[in-house]
Design a binder for this molecule. Structure first.
Ligand SMILES: [Fe+2]
Ligand SMILES: [Fe+2]
Length: 288
């Protein structure tokens, strides 16, 4: 079986619609609200969502979803679809990490075992979110997929791999899940909040794998640790989606996506780590 696949090689059937990753926007130091709006529009393929964006002259930046909003039914479909795609890519990322480094004699066998355990969990998550797509009356392909998450799961260093997948991708999952649980409770939809809560418990373990392995694999090698940390900052920046997660304060808390502080702490994040994630995104000109 091939090792070190690229994101363009991921197999999908014809239900899935893939959009390009706006890499320049995601790695910019500073962005404007207009650029964020424009990028979100470009990534959107759902006609109903596109129409709503045009009528409103913009999009909400991914902040709090409320069941009482008239866009809530469409937004929860989009949210579930996005998470479903994220779970598939997390499965693919962990699966590749399990297989790509089998020739590395220095890598402890327990690394592969942890990655295999993660694959087992992610498979269950894909099934859970497939059922949640049915629950909110959404279908695969109703929204686009971008393979950004997998894109940062392609490093040839296993320490960078766990940073990209386990710390950054899974950390983002905790933030998104936290907001989805909040939505499910506000909507009094027990199916949503209990299912997502159940999956979130596994993700805490996966984030912890990232914390533990990135430190263990760079122990006694300051050069490699520096390189891995630089990669971590880059991916945290990219996963802030142009700064909509992170550069907020009490003024913008309702508009932007808050970090799941409690869940991240359960996974081993310190206050300092959380602040680093907050600061990782580009500055949004209008919010400075
Ligand atoms: Fe997952
Ligand atoms: Fe996970």
């Amino acid at each position: 079986m091939k090792k070190f696949m690229q994101s363009s090689e991921l197999a999908r059937d014809d239900r899935f619609k893939r959009v390009q990753i706006p890499i320049e926007f995601l790695t910019a130091e500073e962005v404007s609200l207009e650029q964020i709006q424009q990028t979100f529009k470009t990534l959107q393929t759902n006609p109903e969502m596109k129409k709503a964006m045009e009528e409103r002259g913009g999009v909400s930046l991914g902040g709090r979803m409320r069941p009482t909003d008239d866009m809530a039914p469409l937004k929860i479909k989009s949210q579930m679809h996005g998470i479903f795609m994220g779970e598939i890519q997390a499965l693919e990322g962990a699966g590749r990490s399990c297989w790509d480094f089998t020739d590395d004699q220095e890598l402890p066998w327990k690394f592969q075992l942890d990655m295999a355990r993660q694959c087992w969990d992610e498979t269950r998550h894909v099934e859970t979110y497939s059922a949640l797509l049915d629950h909110v009356d959404a279908e695969i392909g109703e929204f686009a997929e971008n393979v950004m998450l997998f894109e940062f799961a392609c490093s040839d260093d296993p320490a960078e791999r766990v940073v990209g997948v386990n710390r950054c991708l899974e950390g983002l999952a905790l933030d998104v899940f936290n907001e989805t649980i909040r939505f499910g409770k506000a909507a009094d939809d027990e199916c949503i909040w209990r299912s997502v809560d159940y999956v979130a418990a596994d993700e805490v373990t996966h984030v912890r794998f990232g914390q533990v392995w990135s430190k263990a694999l760079t122990e006694g090698d300051p050069e490699r640790r520096r390189k891995v940390l630089a990669f971590q900052r880059k991916v945290d920046g990219v996963f802030s989606f142009g700064g909509i997660r992170g550069s907020y304060d009490s003024r913008t808390n309702e508009e932007l996506m808050p970090l799941a502080v409690e869940l991240r702490k359960l996974a081993g994040f310190t206050d300092e780590d959380i602040q680093e994630v907050r600061d990782a995104g580009p500055k949004i000109k209008e919010l400075i």
